[in-house]
Design a protein around this ligand. Structure first.
Ligand code: NOJ
Length: 738
């Protein structure tokens, strides 16, 4: 359909003109998202598209095929409405960036923003219009596998990272041909599943929902996000995809969201399995009534909505209301003018050197130095014999991390390759040790390129690989151990009960440490791990997460001191899986930790984090001083400025993340003992001092109160801390009066 055939000039007028010509079947078609992968059910994609029965196609990653299908939509379907091609481009299309949890560890919104801008450029050149990202579920339970896809435990940090990703994907204008539509997911509460078990029900009070879970979603609306995805699970006994309160009350009414909502995969139909809908017809009815625009491949909408209208259970106006924002976005993107992708451009875009440069920079900024005893790091480049040991040391898939599916070919620089590139003269040996595997395989394995379905190692093979690793380490002067989790040990359907290093990795670490050589531990993982033994016995530990295509180079840049690490943890590290959920922003109890009457929370080991939220070291040292609050007392609604001087007291230039925490000392509700309300990552030369200032006012001090059943800012006293992590000790006070 060409724009010149549309009467009217505004998008709204064009939408109305088009709607006026569409049949009911075509309107329902716009609400249907067709699965392009083999595992997806439903009639042939071509047939659905030709009949005007498809608004969007997902799970397809084939530039030529996009044009073929688009041609059918434009030339053969009744109204010629272009399709939206959608895929999970979560942390990179071809150039892979650190996983979102890692990007959040940068505490620098420029990292996700610039990374997702490259991802958008590549994906769009491939013919995609829409990515199912950012995933912005707050996750406080490290057992939950999808913690890797989000920004961790904190709503303030999470909001900053969420908005940055939307800016990166969408830019200022969705008509930009180098950008894609973003999708804020999973709305809402998915990270709070019982026991951290993926998909399990979620029970959240309104205060948790509004103060913790929803702020990142609202931040994406403010950043102009085009779409939302409803979550799978029950929220307080109502499936998120049929949840009126979430989609109509909060999203549309309170936040004035004008984009559209797609369900998670098959989620509308799943309301039947979940025991909410009576049948598929009822599921479709519930989805539409709740304001869910697009049915992701469950086909309950195309199968039932026309009948529901014929029966009078739904009106045409109700359908049109859900179609409008979908058409509007297609107009806003300029798809009616340019529905096709230039198939000759992709290779050139993927080859642009800045893509990989951005990936290396993002990975460098995302890594967190957890320990560096005796200044073992940075290492000298005149090392002669280095052993790189561990099952992940040369694993491209572990380096790239989660979501590398739909034909993606792994192509990462591994840690081994990165170290070899850094030490061209040295002898760098390698042994993987025993393989690691999930006890129960992942369904997603079969979607990964290069999946062979090989059987696991026998005990003999495992033992022999273990011994080879020890003897390889024995022959070296220094050992870099690369341990953690494979890509499929975190992510969707990848929750676990334990947070220990899987398999025989800790045993190998102990055996290598016993050799008495300097050992550096590099972790590749998508969730916090309970590395208690390593934290005590291994002198240097670098949390590299799943760092992406350039990950191995970035690790080597840090290990050898070309880059000084400055990332900080966006999640607390529990000492064991059974301590989860564990997070810093807890309420103070009647028996506070450390008080005389303190009853230990558990008598078999205190649930104090191994590493606290916000923690991370540098090769230099910083000092915080001169905490200033611009006024000791303010009225409700007024603002103060909190400032602090930060000095680099070491010998090397480095980054510090300055963090502001508050605690409201009393109030209508009890408030958390600490809450992050400001942060800034700064670079300081040796001896340099910078003053960092944060505003503190109604935006930071207002909260949703159970007792008041609404948003309030109160007259109360506040503790204020500024420092390098959530245990910051530099303290001041502010009094807010009525
Ligand atoms: C299921 C996942 O929960 C969601 O995050 C993803 O975007 C969809 N499948 C589409 O692949």
């Amino acid at each position: 359909m060409n724009s010149t055939t549309e009467s009217g000039t505004t998008i709204a007028e064009r939408v109305e003109a088009l709607l006026g010509r569409m049949s009911l079947a075509e309107k329902i078609g716009q609400l249907n998202q067709v699965g392009g992968a083999d595992f997806a059910p439903g009639p042939k994609a071509e047939d659905q598209i030709r009949a005007g029965g498809a608004g969007s196609v997902l799970w397809l990653n084939n530039t030529q095929r996009f044009n073929e299908l688009q041609k059918i939509a434009i030339e053969e379907s009744p109204s010629g409405i272009p399709l939206l091609f959608a895929l999970d481009v979560i942390h990179g299309y071809r150039t892979i960036f650190p996983v979102p949890l890692a990007m959040a560890s940068s505490w620098d919104p420029a990292v996700p923003e610039q990374s997702q801008a490259v991802a958008a450029k590549e994906a769009r050149a491939a013919g995609l219009h829409w990515t199912f990202a950012p995933m912005i579920d707050i996750a406080r339970d490290a057992r939950w596998g999808r913690i890797v896809e989000g920004a961790g435990e904190d709503p303030y940090l999470g909001s900053a990272m969420a908005a940055a990703q939307v800016r990166g994907f969408q830019g200022d204008n969705v008509a930009d041909p180098e950008r894609v539509l973003a999708c804020a997911k999973h709305f809402a509460g998915y990270g709070y599943s019982d026991g951290g078990r993926d998909y399990d029900p979620v029970y959240l009070s309104e205060t948790q929902l509004r103060n913790i879970v929803l702020p990142p979603f609202e931040a994406t609306v403010k950043a102009g996000v085009a779409t939302f995805m409803s979550a799978y699970m029950d929220l307080n006994d109502v499936p998120a995809s049929g949840n009126h309160f979430l989609m109509r009350q909060i999203l549309r009414k309170e936040w004035s969201f004008d984009g559209f909502v797609v369900s998670d995969a098959f989620a509308v139909g799943n309301m039947l399995i979940q025991g909410h809908a009576r049948d598929r017809r009822d599921a479709a009815l519930r989805g539409i009534k709740a304001g869910l625009n697009m049915d992701m491949s469950s086909y309950t909408y195309p199968e039932n909505v026309a009948g529901l209208v014929a029966d009078g259970a739904l009106s045409v106006a109700e359908i049109e209301e859900l179609v409008r924002p979908i058409l509007a976005i297609k107009f806003r993107m300029g798809l009616f003018e340019q529905p096709y992708v230039d198939e000759n451009r992709l290779a050139e875009v993927l080859a642009q050197p800045e893509n990989r440069q951005t990936a290396r920079w993002a990975a460098q900024r995302s890594m967190v130095l957890l320990k560096n005893e005796g200044g073992l790091l940075p290492l000298k480049t005149d090392l002669q014999k280095v052993a790189v040991i561990g099952p992940l040391a040369d694993s491209m898939t572990a380096t790239e991390g989660s979501w590398m599916v739909f034909g993606h070919e792994p192509a990462a620089v591994t840690v081994l390759a990165g170290i070899r590139a850094k030490l061209p003269e040295a002898e760098v040996s390698y042994a993987p040790g025993s393989e690691i595997r999930r006890d129960i395989p992942s369904w997603f394995e079969s979607l990964m390129a290069g999946y062979t379905g090989e059987p696991p190692q026998t005990p003999e093979e495992s033992e022999s690989a273990f011994q080879t690793a020890v003897s390889t380490a024995r022959a070296a002067d220094l050992v870099v151990m690369v341990l953690g989790e494979t890509a499929l040990m975190a992510g969707e359907a990848a929750s676990r009960a334990s947070l220990d290093l899987p398999g025989r990795q800790e045993e190998l670490l102990k055996a290598v440490a016993d050799l008495g050589k300097p050992v550096v531990l590099v972790l590749l993982n998508g969730r916090p791990l309970s590395i208690n033994w390593a934290a005590e016995h291994i002198p240097a530990i670098l949390e590299a997460w799943e760092p992406g295509t350039e990950g191995g180079h970035a690790v080597a840049d840090i290990l050898f001191g070309d880059v000084n690490p400055g990332g900080k943890l966006p999640v607390s590290f529990p000492r064991k899986g059974s301590h989860a959920p564990l997070y810093y922003a807890r309420n103070i109890t009647h028996s506070p930790e450390g008080s005389q009457m303190y009853n230990p929370r558990y008598w078999d080991g205190l649930p104090v984090p191994l590493y606290p939220f916000g923690f991370g070291l540098s090769y230099t040292t910083f000092e915080f001083s001169n905490l200033q609050i611009s006024a000791p007392q303010v009225k409700v609604g007024e603002r103060v400025t909190v400032s602090v001087d930060v000095t680099n007291t070491g010998e090397m230039a480095g980054d510090e993340v300055v963090q502001l925490y508050i605690h409201q000392k009393w109030g209508t509700d009890t408030r958390p003992m600490r809450e992050l309300k400001g942060f800034e990552r700064i670079t300081l030369q040796p001896g340099e001092t910078k003053t960092v200032a944060f505003p503190l006012g109604p935006d930071e001090l207002t909260y949703w109160s159970t007792n008041a059943n609404g948003w309030i800012q109160e007259a109360a006293a506040f503790d204020i801390w500024v420092g390098a992590d959530s245990l910051a000790s530099l303290h001041g006070e502010l009094e807010v009066i009525g």
